[in-house]
Design a protein around this ligand. Structure first.
Ligand code: IPD
Ligand code: CA
Ligand code: CA
Length: 258
C-alpha cells in the first residue's frame, strides 16, 4: 500500500474505534486547565495511528498531539505525517459529535495529501495534491461569496477569538460586526473543511497547532481556498500559529483591514 492507501485505511479503522468508544464510559483528564482536556481515546487512537504508519514507513517523521515527534531528523525519501487523533476533544466528551481524526502528509514543504474524518457523521474530507478536494466521492468547492455582508465566519472558540486580549482583537470584533454571522464548531480541522465545502466562507483561529490544520489546509487549497496567518503571511508547517482560512485569496486584505 502507498502512503495515501495506508492513511485511508487507518483513518477508517480509527473512526470505527471512536464510534464504538461513544457507547462506553471513558475517563477525562485536564491538561493545562478545564478547557484543555484529554481522554484515554486521544492517546489510544494516536498510538494506533503511529504504530500502523511506523510499520509501513519506518523512516517517516510522525508529529502528533499526544506524544513527542518520531524520527525528527528527516531521511531522504521520507515524508512527514501530522496526526490529530481527536480534533474537538471537548465535543467528543460533551456532544459525542463534531470531532474528527486528522491526518496530513507532507514531503518537506510540499503537500502530499490530507484526510479529515468527521467521525460521528461518517463523512471523509480528503485531497491529494493536484487532485482536487472531495467529501467522500463528491467534489468539494469553496463558496463564491465575496461581499463582506454575505460571509459566514467560523472560529473554534468565542473566548480566544473575541474575549481574550490579543493583537487582532479589535479587528476581529469589527469583522464580526460586518459579516453575515459567526459560528463556533470547536474543531479546527472540521471548520477549515466547512470553508472548503462552501458552508462557511472564512475561518479564524488565534492559536492552532500543526496537527490541527496541516491536513485540512491541503483540502481547503484543493477546493479553491487559501490559508494564511493573521498577519497575512504563509502558514508555517511546524509551529503553532494564528490561522486565517478564506474561500478566496483575494479576500485577504479586505478581511485583514476590516
Ligand atoms: C482543539 C480544537 C479547538 C481549538 C483548539 C484545538 P483538540 O483541538 O480544534 O476547536 O480551539 O485550539 O487545540 O484539543 O480538541 O485536539
Ligand atoms: Ca486539535
Ligand atoms: Ca486532539
Amino acid at each position: 500500500m502507498n502512503r495515501f492507501e495506508v492513511a485511508n485505511n487507518i483513518i477508517g479503522k480509527a473512526g470505527a474505534m471512536l464510534r464504538e468508544s461513544l457507547l462506553q464510559e471513558f475517563s477525562v483528564r485536564q491538561k493545562s486547565g478545564p478547557q484543555d482536556l484529554v481522554t484515554d481515546w486521544d492517546q489510544r487512537i494516536e498510538t494506533f495511528l503511529r504504530k500502523e504508519i511506523h510499520s509501513a514507513f519506518p523512516n517517516d517523521v510522525i508529529v502528533g498531539e499526544e506524544y513527542p515527534p518520531e524520527n525528527n531528523d528527516r531521511k531522504d525519501g521520507s515524508a512527514a505525517w501530522y496526526l490529530d487523533p481527536i480534533d474537538g476533544t471537548t465535543n467528543f466528551i460533551s456532544q459525542r459529535r463534531n470531532f474528527a481524526v486528522s491526518i496530513g502528509c507532507w514531503d518537506g514543504s510540499q503537500p502530499l495529501f490530507g484526510l479529515v474524518l468527521d467521525v460521528e457523521r461518517q463523512v471523509l474530507y480528503w485531497a491529494k495534491s493536484g487532485g482536487g478536494a472531495w467529501q467522500d466521492q463528491t467534489p468539494l468547492h469553496v463558496s463564491s461569496r465575496r461581499q463582506m455582508e454575505e460571509l459566514l465566519l467560523t472560529t473554534p472558540g468565542v473566548q480566544p477569538t473575541f474575549l481574550d486580549e490579543h493583537p487582532f482583537q479589535k479587528q476581529l470584533l469589527q469583522l464580526a460586526r460586518k459579516v453575515r454571522g459567526v459560528r463556533c464548531l470547536g474543531s479546527v480541522a472540521l471548520e477549515i473543511c466547512e470553508v472548503a465545502a462552501g458552508r462557511a466562507d472564512l475561518f479564524v483561529a488565534m492559536r492552532s497547532s500543526p496537527w490541527d490544520h496541516n491536513a485540512a489546509r491541503i483540502i481547503l487549497e484543493e477546493a479553491g481556498g487559501a490559508i494564511f496567518t493573521m498577519e497575512g503571511g504563509p502558514l508555517p508547517l511546524d509551529r503553532n500559529s494564528t490561522v486565517l482560512a478564506l474561500n478566496c485569496a483575494g479576500l485577504k486584505w479586505a478581511v485583514l483591514n476590516s
